[in-house]
Design a protein around this ligand. Structure first.
Ligand code: NAD
Length: 367
């Protein structure tokens, strides 16, 4: 069937050293970039995404179109569909799963908690079950999050720090994911690597993230809310540029086959590893807005508001010593130069998609 043909050709490896990788969440922000990077270097890459409507489905479809041109096919389906996963693993031998499909964002959990359990807990179990049953068994690299550090007050965050005080349901499901992954490593010997991403930003980013909607609101002259902690304390994030994160993910894929380093405990033959992927230089939200004002050449209408108790934490800061040592991870992009690339993409993407929309409307009016 045509579907199987597309799956096979997408997963076909171009180089002898190449891997065949299933990227879940491939129509998502990080997934699109990781899938494209793996394909570029000669790996076979197959995507999976359910194109949920958490944010702009057109943006997900545009990412899909980009991957399609690069030769990556995204199968449309849910990670909880066990029969579909079994079929994918049957059709092509998958050496690695980069599992990025998840319900992201902390605030959405206030209104739709079930989606976090569905995708981040049940969905992770479904992916690990499929990996466990596959022959050969793939190594799994998956996205955890800096949010697992929760209300931890000690910065910078190191992998061994406490993670028992999540501030949001999102964080709780990511933390649960780490425990679940550990069980699959322990009992079934799956090779597992968890990556704790710190606030990833860049072109093709997520419209629900502050840097993205601040850009939109500044351009529209709408006020932007800058959160402050108690007594006007700074709220800051360790913003990490997408290309740096992608390099970290690719390095984690390459490292996954190797026997354990000090970053992991050894259970039988398979390693279990957790790494921080951050930028080690937190920037306040108010400085983020200043950089955007500079790049957009528009003054923001700023509103300083007390941070609501909605699941956000006040400060994040990664210690990346372990990822540096074991993955050769070295983030190189400053927030200013990364945002410059984001703003360039944003202006181009929205001017083209708006003019495309307008010309489609013109056509439908004239026909
Ligand atoms: P994203 O929302 O852009 O991408 C996730 C993709 O997964 C989406 O395209 C969505 O349609 C898909 N998806 C969700 N549930 C699914 C399901 N049940 N079945 C199939 N597909 C499903 O998010 P992102 O920013 O690219 O994040 C990727 C991963 O990194 C997520 O696991 C997220 O929790 C984690 N993470 C991201 C950040 C960040 O700052 N972007 C920070 C920490 C962790």
């Amino acid at each position: 069937p045509a579907w199987e043909k597309r799956v096979r050709s997408s997963a076909r490896v171009r180089r002898a050293s190449g891997k065949s990788v299933l990227v879940t969440g491939a129509a998502g922000f990080v997934g699109m970039h990781v899938a494209a990077a793996l394909k570029r270097r000669g790996d076979g890459v197959l995507g999976l995404d359910n194109y949920n409507a958490y944010y702009d489905p057109d943006l997900k479809r545009a990412r899909q179109a980009l991957l399609d041109r690069a030769g990556v096919f995204i199968v449309e389906g849910d990670i909880n569909d066990a029969a579909l996963l079994r079929k994918l693993f049957d059709v092509v031998p998958i050496s690695h799963v980069v599992h990025l499909a998840a319900q992201a964002g902390v605030r959405h959990a206030l209104t739709d908690p079930g989606s976090y359990i569905h995708s981040n807990v049940a969905g992770l179990v479904a992916v690990l079950e499929a990996a466990k049953a596959a022959d050969p068994q793939p190594a799994v690299v998956w996205a955890s999050s800096s949010s697992v550090y929760g209300l931890n007050s000690k910065v910078p965050f190191s992998e061994a720090d406490r993670t028992d005080r999540p501030a949001s349901l999102y964080a709780a499901t990511k933390k649960a994911g780490e425990e679940i992954a550990h069980v699959y490593n322990n009992i079934y010997g799956l090779s597992i690597t968890g990556l704790r991403f710190f606030t990833v930003y860049g072109p093709w980013g997520r419209p629900d993230m502050a840097y993205f909607f601040f850009t939109r609101d500044i351009l529209r002259g709408k006020p932007v809310s800058i959160f402050e902690g108690p007594d006007h304390a700074t709220v800051a994030r360790d913003f990490t540029y997408i290309d740096d994160i992608v390099r970290g993910c690719v390095a984690a894929v390459d490292h996954a086959g190797k026997s354990t380093g000090s970053g992991g405990k050894k259970h039988g033959q398979a390693p279990f590893r957790i790494y921080n992927l951050g930028n080690t230089s937190p920037v306040s939200v108010s400085d983020l807005v200043s950089i955007l004002e500079q790049l957009l050449k528009v003054k923001a209408v700023k509103k300083f508001v007390k941070m609501p108790r909605n699941g956000d934490v006040q400060f994040t800061h990664a210690n990346i010593t372990l990822a540096e040592k074991e993955l050769g991870y070295h983030p190189t992009t400053s927030l200013h130069s990364g945002l410059k690339k984001f703003v360039r993409w944003y202006l181009e993407y929205y001017s083209t998609s708006l003019s495309k929309q307008a010309s489609e409307e013109d056509r439908s009016i004239s026909s």
